[in-house]
Design a protein around this ligand. Sequence first.
Ligand code: GDP
Ligand code: IMO
Ligand code: MG
Length: 440
Amino acid sequence: MSVLSVIGGQWGDEGKGKVVDLLARQVEVVARYQGGANAGHTVVADGKEFILHLIPTGILHPHVHCIIGSGVVVDPVALVDEIKQLREGGIQVGGNLVIGKRTHMIMPYHKVLDSHMEELLGVNRIGTTGRGIGPAYSDKAARLGIRVCDLYDEKVLADRVRVSLAIKKRLLAGISLDEEERRALEEDYILEVCDEVREILAPHVRNTDAEILEAITNNRRVLLEGAQGILLDLDMGTYPYVTSSNTGVGGALSGLGMPLGKVGAVVAVMKAYCTRVGQGPFPSELHGDEGERLRLGGGEFGATTGRPRRCGWFDAVAACHAVQVTGADALVVTKLDVLDNLDSIRICVGYEIGGKRITTFPAEATILERCIPVYEDFQGWKEPTAGVRNYGDLPVKAKEYLSHLGRLTGKPIWMISTGPDREDTIEVRNPFSVIEEGLG
Ligand code: GDP
Ligand code: IMO
Ligand code: MG
């Protein structure tokens, strides 16, 4: 039962890419199970930076078999681009990358819908990545989606594109579209796009559900690479300011066709502070200079859209919710080094609303928006932790800060990241050793 699930424990961008890359050395399979090219997973290796959007981060390790499962929404054009870019960067992409036949595709018209929906929402917009994620998952649920397997049956493809487009045209009637957007609603153009990717993707298309079962049956080490974070989860996140998939382990089971009870451990990756991109409530957000300091110190600009990330203190209320609904066994804390120069550091330990103190994470975005954070204050360590690789070498106050994160979330910290580079990591416990010793 050597399956490890790595999940974002906040609002995304926690450093999942770095963590997955590091653990990928020890595994045979890395699988993405949800999300799409809205993700941006950064790995820094030997001074080189790679940003993975759709392809599992394991691709940087030639021995790893990478699976894009059926729960992902694949933009085939973006995928072909990503394959090309990786190859140009000297990364081997061949039989080591497979895409599920059942995987739904993001079509150019999904991006048109995404941007116009945002426009129509106005002040209520979500602040999406504009990658067509919501509309593609909506089509999947409405049974109007186009799947990877449809690429290889031209009649089915033409029929499905025709039906789906007829409905899209009705939805967009009366909205003024530019030339490119109008083209995205033309059947011939969509079929042309499909023609362009069909042969390139063909060698990668497989029954990934069977491959996952085979890996599990043969006791191979499998890493499930979550995208986004649990606070962006469609069910457990800050709805409606969420993404359109299930980012937790439930998403992995359905998105890969995994048998129940095979996940050995779940780790939630959390920054030592918090960030969020796009709209939505964020009680511990810092405005002004303090937020700017974290943004600059942590290089907090979106890996997919380049947007500045909103920054704030670690929110233990949100973290407890994350731990509860992900079933996390442990935390991986990243970006500790970003706090190195601060005189004092705060952790949000509760919220105040209407004069009352609460420690549960409200379901209503409107209530969460009105929550005033209650903080515990800690002295900063004011010593570099950047690049520290042994727990013993951390400043005492940094260790104390970490132990507060553990205390407040009730979970052990298995790994600590102290810099963007693969090697800048403290391994307190090796997750696979924990699983295999039966303690997970
Ligand atoms: P992901 O989406 O969860 O994979 O995270 P992103 O790649 O979007 O954002 C994390 C950013 O922080 C990337 O630029 C990483 O290179 C960087 N990073 C990851 N871990 C650390 C760390 O411990 N310290 C610092 N300073 N940067 C880190
Ligand atoms: P990774 O995997 C951070 C956010 C968007 C927006 C909301 C909905 O790199 O952590 P969508 O395009 O999914 O419909 O946008 O979700 N979002 C992310 N924020 N990291 C991500 O991915 C994200 N993927 C989507 O900013 O608020
Ligand atoms: Mg990211």
